[in-house]
Design a protein around this ligand. Structure first.
Ligand code: AMP
Length: 252
């Protein structure tokens, strides 16, 4: 696996990939788990080469504490990527991604204002801006995004359409623990007590009950609800456990 910390070195390599070969890109913030790995496996199955990006994007964190506490596991990540025979890893720093210090941004005015957007002001501006930059840098045929972050996936798809981005945005199913909890880099920060609550969270929201009954049951289990909503035939939830925000969604 070739590792690039310099975007220009990666772009030089990109130019050497022949036109008839397909490139897939998987953007991540590191702290890789089986959810990320499933995206990489799908990209490897569908393309000749796969580029993974690791960039912990500060502009999408509206809460500084969340950013500071976000797990960073570089050595393990590199090992996991090598084991999967990932072709390229791009891991630039803030200055490389934001030479303008986040002066130019991408904003969306509808879908980005609900769910995680209303709970986390500015979050999707940061997400869309960094994803656009990574899509431009990768210059890939396909880009892989998880349904775990369904609102993000929809927004990225719509952004790609709006800006005539040639890269195809490919949705990938949510990977879960045996108890149904969606894998997340944040799960590793849960205490053992918190992990049990997270298991309850995963179980409770899947029930065929209405939203107010589910909210009540979550609160009875001392799980603080950020939102519980239904859009596009899906149920979306965000809760706080151990002060860690855990999101999930699934088709009703
Ligand atoms: P992140 O590192 O959290 O920004 O995630 C990078 C990509 O992995 C995003 O497209 C996420 O939606 C996806 N992802 C994260 N967790 C999961 C999961 N449990 N199953 C499938 N995809 C996931």
């Amino acid at each position: 696996m070739k590792i690039y910390k310099n975007i220009y070195e990666w772009q030089n390599t990109r130019r050497t990939i022949p036109n008839d070969k397909k490139l897939g890109v998987v953007p991540t913030m590191g702290a890789l788990h089986e959810g990320h790995l499933s995206l990489i496996k799908q990209s490897k199955a569908e393309n000749d080469f796969t580029l993974v990006t690791i960039f912990l994007n500060p502009t999408q964190f509206n809460n500084k504490e969340d950013l500071v506490n976000y797990p960073a596991t570089w050595n393990v990540d590199v090992k996991l990527l090598k084991n999967l025979k990932t072709d390229y890893l791009l891991a630039p720093d803030f200055k490389q991604i934001y030479p303008d210090n986040y002066n130019f941004t991408i904003k969306e005015n509808k879908l980005s204002k609900i769910l995680c957007g209303s709970a986390r002001p500015g979050h999707f501006d940061g997400v869309l801006t960094v994803v656009m930059k990574l899509l431009m840098l990768a210059d890939a045929d396909r880009a892989y995004f998880g349904e775990k972050d369904f609102q993000q996936l929809l927004l990225v798809k719509k952004m790609a359409e709006a800006f005539f981005v040639k890269t195809e945005i490919v949705p990938c199913p949510t990977i879960r623990e045996k108890d149904g909890l969606a894998l997340s880099s944040r799960n590793r920060r849960l205490s053992s007590e918190g992990r049990k609550k997270a298991s309850e969270y995963a179980r409770i929201i899947k029930q065929k009950k209405n939203r107010s009954e589910i909210r009540e049951e979550l609160e009875m289990n001392n799980i603080k609800v950020d939102y519980l909503e239904e859009f596009f035939g899906r149920r979306f939830a965000a809760v706080f456990i151990d002060n860690i925000r855990l999101i999930d969604n699934f088709k009703l």
